[in-house]
Design a protein around this ligand. Structure first.
Ligand SMILES: [Zn+2]
Length: 337
């Protein structure tokens, strides 16, 4: 029994407080949106604190906002996370999002934060033509290699399959990628983390495909469940036996006039699920993927769950034992191979 980190396997009880869906390094330019003419300068502008208020109104107009690649910045941000009691995180940057496993390993060593790397394939829009034509067997071979030998040309092994990117409607490549994830899980025992179409309703179809391909839904996480505030929907997805990841705490952005939920909404729905008895199936995290979410650029950083959300949950009556499950025990169980 072990948890596979970028620095090798560790005993599960070494993991401690763990953010289950983050990006320390990412190239998320696949999500870039061409800004309207009045904001055309945002496309290639350097991200500065002066620009943050504008970018909060649409973080995806700026190409540079979508790239986290600076080793020193990342190390500094993770040291702050460590100071607030964090000990580990899962970096969900897989193929299509620009993984850099060697840099990730160095950042983990310098910050003294355990990092578990994801592997597998993000959404079809992020893939090259050469990847898009691969079938589930080829994709599965690559995922198993990442888990058992190393990611890319490195010996840095992944510790979880994900985030497996899907769209609504599903792209044919994404069907192959889901089947590949299920096959790789069967061969390795690693957990699977799914990125659904965030505001869509394709989640159950995704789970049907995984299940038909032999995946263990008890070892599967559905991410970004805190972007839709509908407790009935949450219980429908939870009924399939998967983990529900409330992983966008701190993201209160607007996308072309459409507002994300606020943290207060996320807390309300999370508490309703705790009251229904789902504590063993809940995870909390922040899914940082923009520069403007980092402390260096005026954002809340990787400590937001611990310093901003946990105190609010406690004030609303969430017990220490429940917090321990969502931040320590559940991530540990899902990451243990
Ligand atoms: Zn995602």
């Amino acid at each position: 029994m072990y948890v596979q980190t970028v620095n090798g396997p560790i005993a599960p009880d070494q993991l401690g407080v763990t953010l289950s869906h983050e990006h320390v390094l990412i190239d998320f330019r696949c999500a870039w949106i061409v800004p309207p003419p009045q904001n055309s300068k945002l496309a290639n502008a350097e991200v500065t604190t002066e620009l943050v208020p504008i970018l909060r109104g649409n973080p995806q107009y700026s190409l540079l906002n979508l790239v986290l690649d600076d080793e020193d910045t990342a190390t500094g941000e993770l040291k702050l996370f460590k100071q607030t009691g964090g000990n580990a995180l899962v970096d969900m940057t897989d193929i299509g999002l620009g993984p850099d496993p060697s840099k990730l390993r160095r950042i983990s060593q310098k910050s003294n934060v355990h990092i578990v790397a994801g592997c597998g394939y993000y959404r079809h829009i992020a893939q090259t033509p050469a990847v898009l034509i691969k079938d589930s067997s080829e994709l599965s071979e690559e995922i198993v290699k990442c888990l058992q030998e190393g990611i890319g040309q490195t010996d840095v092994r992944a510790g979880i399959i994900g985030e497996v990117g899907t769209s609504d409607p599903l792209h044919p490549f994404e069907r192959e990628s889901l089947v590949a994830a299920a096959k790789a899980q069967n061969r390795t025992g690693a957990a699977i983390n799914i990125h659904p179409d965030v505001w869509g309703r394709g989640h159950l179809e995704v789970l049907n495909i995984l299940e038909a391909a032999g995946a263990d839904l008890d070892r599967t996480i559905m991410s970004h469940m805190d972007e839709v505030m509908d407790p009935e929907w949450h219980t429908q997805v939870a009924a399939r036996g998967v983990y529900l990841s409330f992983d966008t705490f701190g993201s209160e952005f607007t996308y072309d006039g459409v507002e994300e939920p606020k943290d207060s909404d996320r807390i309300r729905v999370l508490i309703s699920l705790l009251e229904k008895g789902y504590c063993d199936r809940l995870l909390i995290s922040q899914d940082i993927c923009y520069k403007i979410s980092l402390i260096r650029y005026g954002g809340k950083g990787y400590s937001h769950v611990l310093s901003g959300i946990v105190p609010q949950l406690k004030a609303r009556g969430v017990a220490d034992s429940e917090l321990r499950k969502m931040l320590v025990e559940n991530p540990c169980r899902i990451l243990t191979i």
